[in-house]
Design a protein around this ligand. Structure first.
Ligand SMILES: [Zn+2]
Length: 275
C-alpha cells in the first residue's frame, strides 16, 4: 500500500521523465478509475506536464501552461509506472498516457475492485480536491504535532492515519512509527506527555525518511518494513515476537515489549462479535 515514502519516491522518479516530452495521447482510462469527464482526458493531448507534485498520498501532474492538473490517487492496490519506448506494458491499464517518442505512463490496479482514482481538473478544482488534507507528515513541526494530538482525544494509530489531521501516513507506516516511538497504538493522544510527543515527532521524521531512502533504491516491502506484516518475527530492537491486533476493519502490528509494557492487546473485532 503506497504511503508518503512510496509516493514521494515515485514523484522523484517521475518528475524528469514526465516533463521531457509532450503528451501524444492521454487515455483511455478505465471507467471506474477516471472520476471526471469534463474536461475530457483528450484535453491533455499536445500539452506538456510541468513535473509532479505530491499532496499527501496523491500525485499532481500540472500542465506547463497552468491550465490543467492530472490528479492520481493509487489507494491500496494501484501502481503507476513509466515505460520507456518499446517497453512491454499491460494491455488494458486503468490509465495510459502516451508521450511523443513512445514512452508511456501507465496505471494498473491488482484485483477486481477498482479503487484507484484519476481526475483531470483545473488547478482550483484540484486544490479543492485536497483542501481537507492536514499538513504533510514530513513537513509538520513538533509544536504543530503537539497541537494536533491535543485537538481531540483519539487512539494514536487511527489518528496518525487520519489524512485530515496529518497527510501521508497509512497503516504500514503507523506501525513503523509507533514502534520507533515506543508508543502503544491504543494510547490516547491527549494522554501522552511532552517526552512522548518528542519521541513521536522524531519517529515520524526518521521513519518516513528511512522509508523514502529505501524506496528510492527500489527496496521491497520485506526490506522496508520492520514491524508491519511481521507477525511472530523477532522485534529488531528487543527480540520479542511481533504481535498483531485486529481493530475495526484493519490490523495493527506492534511489539508488546517495546510498546505496551508487555501487555498483549485484545482483538477488538473478536470481542465485539462475542458481546
Ligand atoms: Zn521490541
Amino acid at each position: 500500500m503506497p504511503e508518503l515514502p512510496e509516493m514521494e519516491a515515485l514523484r522523484r522518479a517521475l518528475r524528469e521523465p514526465v516533463r521531457a516530452f509532450p503528451i501524444a495521447r492521454a487515455g483511455p482510462a478505465h471507467i471506474a478509475t477516471l472520476k471526471t469527464y469534463d474536461p475530457p482526458l483528450a484535453a491533455l493531448d499536445g500539452r506538456r506536464f510541468a513535473g509532479v507534485e505530491r499532496r499527501g498520498k496523491r500525485l499532481f501532474f500540472p500542465t506547463d501552461d497552468g491550465e490543467l492538473v492530472l490528479v492520481v490517487h493509487l489507494m491500496t492496490a494501484g501502481r503507476l509506472r513509466w515505460l520507456r519506448p518499446g517497453e512491454d506494458g499491460p494491455k488494458t491499464p486503468a490509465l495510459r498516457v502516451l508521450f511523443e517518442g513512445g514512452a508511456q505512463l501507465v496505471l494498473t490496479e491488482a484485483g477486481a475492485k477498482k479503487r484507484a482514482g484519476v481526475w483531470l481538473l483545473e488547478p482550483e478544482a484540484a486544490e479543492a480536491e485536497v483542501a481537507h488534507l492536514g499538513p504533510d507528515a514530513l513537513a509538520v513541526a513538533r509544536d504543530q504535532l503537539a497541537e494536533l494530538l491535543k485537538a481531540d482525544s483519539r487512539r494514536l494509530h487511527p489518528l496518525l492515519r487520519d489524512q485530515r489531521r496529518l497527510a501521508g501516513i497509512g497503516r504500514a507506516w503507523s506501525n513503523e512509527i509507533l514502534h520507533a516511538a515506543r508508543l502503544s497504538p491504543f494510547a490516547l493522544s491527549t494522554q501522552i506527555g511532552d517526552d512522548e510527543v518528542d519521541r513521536l515527532y522524531t519517529a515520524i521524521q526518521n521513519e518516513l525518511r528511512r522509508g523514502l531512502e529505501l524506496r528510492e533504491r527500489g527496496a521491497s516491502d520485506k526490506k522496508t518494513y520492520r514491524i508491519h506484516d511481521r507477525l511472530g518475527q523477532p522485534c529488531h530492537l528487543c527480540g520479542a515476537p511481533i504481535a498483531r491486533v485486529d481493530f475495526e476493519e484493519h490490523t495493527i502490528y506492534y511489539c508488546p515489549a517495546c510498546q505496551t509494557g508487555g501487555r498483549v492487546l485484545k482483538d477488538r473485532r473478536l470481542s465485539r462479535l462475542l458481546r
